[in-house]
Design a protein around this ligand. Structure first.
Ligand code: PXG
Length: 466
């Protein structure tokens, strides 16, 4: 008789790691270094927790990659996707066709978006959304008889995706160095990062000065050559950089003054993360275009979109002719079904309100208390996204003398050791948990983060980094 017991022994991380190393090239990873140590193998998710192949449990403080808004075990999404897969697993939205999931989702999005936004172009990801944005804004101005109005102004340390246009709009130096980016017609101004770059300025005057760099750049390029300004309302991947309150109103004023389109990349901040459906509402701005992805399906399936305000939609639809742009999976029926089920949950649980009035203030208070830790120079949080700036000297906000990112990486490892996923960008720890996190789970997250900070402090001290 064949012994089949081996087949039924659950695979452990070791078993998977060699397979992974042999055939899999990972995103944003030094694959050679990873292969030497082996990837963490995640096999299960439940609520706000993930489990690895060895049965270790982690509180997912990053909601996957900022996307897992409604938590890992929502059966209604699974059922909605399964039903759609059985009915119509795929059809496209090209060539004069549509299908119920795409048209229903477009209608639902128009209801939750700011009132001047009533149209969506579907994509498969945030990167595709931002590539679409570049094409749409240039087509918009060309249609209006101003084809030279095509430069897009973005910001250093922005993240807008990994495709050619996404990475070019982004302001990540390391990304630009690989592949000769940015592509022509995309330029960058400084970011409103008061903690690291504000020096002795107070945050509000610093925010204003950084916004006014937009005006200087427009004047240098000539307003007739500038199509748009793009920014994440709160920079996510760059380190949860919450701009001073003076920043966005001034950006809006400048865009109006010079007739420049305002684009909000809400791939992270959209769908409740700041306590409003969109962070644009939080900041009181009315962008002409909003990029979305991530939380719209909570990552259950890939989907992105470009939300178009009336100003742009009217020109594209009434005067633009055929849009020479589209993706095979624009409005994929299963992804749209997932998004509709996610929106049901968000509306039934009133997630933006839960973040604005309940779990947000609760977590913010506890998070800011971590700012008392000797290793933390600033603990900031908006809605349910936050950052801890690690420093050897709280008074001066000084960086570490050891290579940037070394202490952040130590802290990330200590977090994992304590059963918490928290990301390090440079020496800034960032958190963005599932939006359905409970009070008890917030307490657990804070306790684990606190233990990890203590352990990081002890190790950094022993290594002479303090
Ligand atoms: N815009 C923003 C603001 C994003 O945060 C994208 C666009 C691109 O989305 P896609 O779906 O193409 O990945 C993003 C993605 C990180 C990290 O480490 C952040 C993102 C993606 C991967 C990692 O913080 N943001």
């Amino acid at each position: 008789m064949t012994d089949i017991s081996a087949e039924h022994t659950p695979m452990r991380s070791d078993d998977y790691q060699a397979q992974d190393a042999a055939h899999h090239l990972h995103p944003f990873t030094d694959t050679k270094a990873l292969n030497a140590k082996g990837a963490r193998i995640i096999t299960k998710g439940e609520g706000v927790y993930i489990y690895d192949a060895d049965g270790n449990k982690y509180l997912d403080g990053m909601a996957g990659l900022w996307c897992m808004a409604v938590g890992y075990s929502q059966q209604s999404i699974v059922d909605a996707v399964a039903a759609q897969m059985q009915e119509l697993p795929y059809y496209n939205t090209f060539f004069q066709t549509s299908h119920p999931p795409a048209l229903k989702l477009a209608e639902r999005l128009a209801k939750v978006t700011p009132s001047h936004i009533n149209h969506v172009f579907f994509t498969g990801s945030g990167s595709e959304s931002n590539d679409t944005v570049v094409r749409i804004v240039r087509h918009y101005w060309a249609t209006k008889g101003q084809p030279d109005k095509k430069t897009i102004i973005s910001r250093k340390n922005a993240y807008h995706g990994s495709t050619m246009a996404g990475a070019s709009l982004g302001g990540m130096k390391d990304m630009h160095e690989q592949g000769d980016l940015p592509i022509p017609g995309i330029v960058h101004i400084n970011q409103p990062y008061w903690y690291a770059e504000g020096g002795d300025h107070d945050p509000e005057s610093f925010g204003l000065a950084r916004a006014q760099e937009l005006e200087q750049k427009i004047l240098a390029l000539g307003a007739d050559n500038v199509a748009a300004f793009i920014g994440e309302p709160v920079q996510g991947a760059g380190g949860v950089i919450i701009p001073p309150a003076s920043y966005w109103p001034e950006i809006q004023r400048i865009c109006h003054k010079y007739d420049i389109l305002l684009i909000a990349d809400e791939v992270i901040t959209g769908f409740g993360r700041t306590g409003e459906w969109f962070a644009s509402t939080y900041y009181g701005i009315t962008p002409d275009i909003i990029s979305i992805a991530k939380a719209v399906t909570s990552g259950y399936l890939p989907l992105g979109g470009v939300l178009l305000g009336e100003r742009v939609a009217n020109v594209l639809i009434n005067e633009g002719g055929e849009l020479q742009h589209g993706y095979t999976y624009s409005g994929h029926p299963a992804s749209c079904a997932a998004a509709l089920a996610v929106l049901d949950i968000m509306e039934q649980q009133d997630i933006p309100n839960y973040i604005k009035h309940d779990i947000g203030p609760y977590m913010q208070e506890r998070w800011r208390a971590l700012g008392e830790h000797p290793l933390v120079g600033e603990a900031r949080m908006i809605g349910l996204m936050g950052a801890l700036e690690l420093t050897p000297d709280k008074a001066t906000r000084a960086p570490f003398t050891v290579k940037q990112g070394t202490v952040g990486m130590l802290c990330r490892e200590h977090c994992l050791h304590h059963g918490l996923v928290m990301r390090a960008t440079r020496d800034t720890m960032i958190v963005s948990p599932p939006m359905v996190i409970t009070h008890a789970e917030v307490d657990e997250l804070i306790a684990k983060a606190s233990q990890a900070l203590d352990a990081t402090y002890a190790e950094a001290e022993a290594l002479g980094y303090l």
